[in-house]
Design a protein around this ligand. Structure first.
Ligand code: SF4
Length: 486
């Protein structure tokens, strides 16, 4: 007999709470092969559908911590160094040129206003300056003048090299606003060593990076972990205080996801696993660090994002992720290994999400072959679109039921009522003025909320749905012998 939604929610809440919501629906790992789609089909990014663009660039898949995957990292990455990045960055330039060339001849993309660009994945700031300059110049093929641009990476690499990548970025990509985002994870140097991140910088490095960013007129962001093995509540709060004291403009706060079978090096270490808090304690720690940030004048902008009130009130506040939580207003184009793209029909009832090959080799082969690069694709039905929109809005902390009705023509309570009632009864969701929001406890258990919402969706899993014509074009209509820049 199938178990009730309430029982399913309880079961999910007893399991590790992952950060799958941040990746949207479906997860990259669940995307089917694109073999069922005509190999000549390419996505069309058409501003006439009334949406703006965000651009994700993964220049290469490499990073080089001394402990594989920093012990805990589940992002696609490969061990590598700056020299290895160059060959991949060149391919990313080729991918952008080819896409921009085709879209330009369709009369689209190069006209679509880009709201935000994010250089991420692996350690984006491991690039060499010259290929990175080429990459920035190539992105200028698009309408990027009003864009926010973020360069992500490990702290120490923002300070090395001549010229520094921050200077290269500012000089070669003419955007509205620039940001850096660094992975701090913790200020505890013994823990940084345990992660294999000693070469990525000390607390003194973190401060220098913030100062360097501010001198250039950039804003500075950092990621911090809590619920590390054996970490006390006091240590978590001390880390938050030290992050605030750096003068950051933005903080991404993540509880550590670690459990047996996860596949990371730390997940095979019984001693570390034994030191983890159970879910109720981990949730209490979340409530405490969140309250602490709010008490110090920070504003929570999404499940994991916080900004000081002063920075939040300006047009220099972080927008890329917020846009990604608005698929009804923004489409996404991704370049590089593991990059995803998303386009949706004008009426938002259908969409396609694609994924590029994740390994450096697989990606290079796909680019060199000269056709479309993505090898996985998911075609959304109206049901899938509902779920995708809901989990994105959950990550943004506000699900407006009137917006849902306007977008899909049905009542949220009718489509997902049982799941919402179960989450409400468990104290995870609340509603006021037609807007459903996760409670602070629900934020910790948002992975479970998403799981029970997903259970409600009627899926047709054959992967062979027709793709709306407005979302794809035939790439063969462009003469491959043309210069991509022509
Ligand atoms: S440096 Fe960042 S991307 Fe690379 S393994 Fe560590 S956490 Fe993951």
């Amino acid at each position: 007999m199938p178990i009730s939604v309430a029982d399913e929610l309880r079961r999910r809440m007893a399991r590790p709470q992952r950060h799958r919501l941040l990746h949207g629906y479906p997860l990259a790992a669940a995307l089917p092969s694109a073999d069922h789609l005509d190999e000549h089909r390419e996505l069309t990014f058409d501003p006439n559908r009334g949406r703006e663009l965000i651009v994700g660039v993964l220049p290469h898949p490499y990073c080089n911590p001394a402990v594989t995957g920093c012990g805990f990292c589940t992002f696609p990455h490969e061990p590598g160094n700056a020299a290895k990045t160059t060959a991949v960055v060149k391919r990313v330039v080729q991918e952008i040129e080819a896409k921009a060339f085709r879209q330009k001849h369709l009369g689209v993309l190069t006209n679509a206003p880009v709201t935000a660009i994010y250089f991420g994945g692996g350690t984006a700031n491991l690039c060499e300056p010259d290929p990175f300059a080429d990459l920035c110049q190539t992105l200028d093929l698009m309408a990027v003048g009003a864009a926010e641009v973020t360069l992500e990476g490990v702290p120490a690499y923002f300070l090395r090299g001549t010229p520094r990548l921050t200077d290269v970025l500012q000089k070669n990509l003419s955007a509205r606003h620039y940001r850096i985002s660094m992975g701090i994870q913790t200020f505890d140097e013994a823990r940084l060593k345990q992660m294999g991140r000693s070469a990525f910088g000390t607390p003194a490095t973190f401060l220098e990076v913030v100062r360097h960013a501010h001198e250039l007129g950039f804003t500075a962001s950092a990621d911090l972990l809590f619920n590390l093995p054996g970490q006390t509540r006091g240590e978590m709060l001390a880390d938050v205080d030290r992050a605030i004291d750096l003068g950051l403009d933005h903080l991404g706060l993540y509880h550590l996801v670690l459990f047996p079978g996860l596949g990371t090096p730390w997940s095979r270490d019984d001693d570390l696993l034994a030191e983890l808090p159970d879910n109720p304690r981990a949730a209490d720690n979340w409530l405490a660090v969140r309250e602490h940030l709010l008490a110090r004048g920070w504003v929570q902008t999404s499940l994991t994002n916080f900004e000081p009130a002063a920075a939040h009130a300006t047009d220099r506040r972080y927008v890329y992720e917020e846009c990604s939580f608005r698929p009804d207003r923004y489409e996404a184009i991704g370049f590089g290994p593991s990059a995803t793209s998303y386009v949706s029909a004008k009426d938002f009832r259908a969409a396609v999400k694609t994924l590029n090959p994740t390994s450096a080799d697989g990606y290079a082969k796909a680019v060199d072959a000269g056709g479309r690069v993505w090898d996985k694709a998911f075609v959304y039905t109206p049901h899938d679109q509902r779920l995708f929109w809901l989990v994105r809005r959950l990550a943004a902390l506000a699900i407006d039921t009137r917006e849902y009705l306007a977008l899909f023509g049905t009542q949220l309570v009718h489509d997902f009522g049982e799941a919402f009632r179960a989450c409400h009864a468990a104290g995870l969701l609340g509603e006021a003025d037609h807007v459903i929001r996760p409670t602070p406890l629900g934020m910790f258990y948002s992975d479970s909320i998403a799981a029970v919402l997903a259970r409600t969706v009627v899926r047709d899993a054959d992967g062979a749905r027709p793709v709306p014509k407005e979302l794809v074009h035939d790439a063969r209509q462009f003469d491959a012998s043309h210069s991509p820049m022509g």
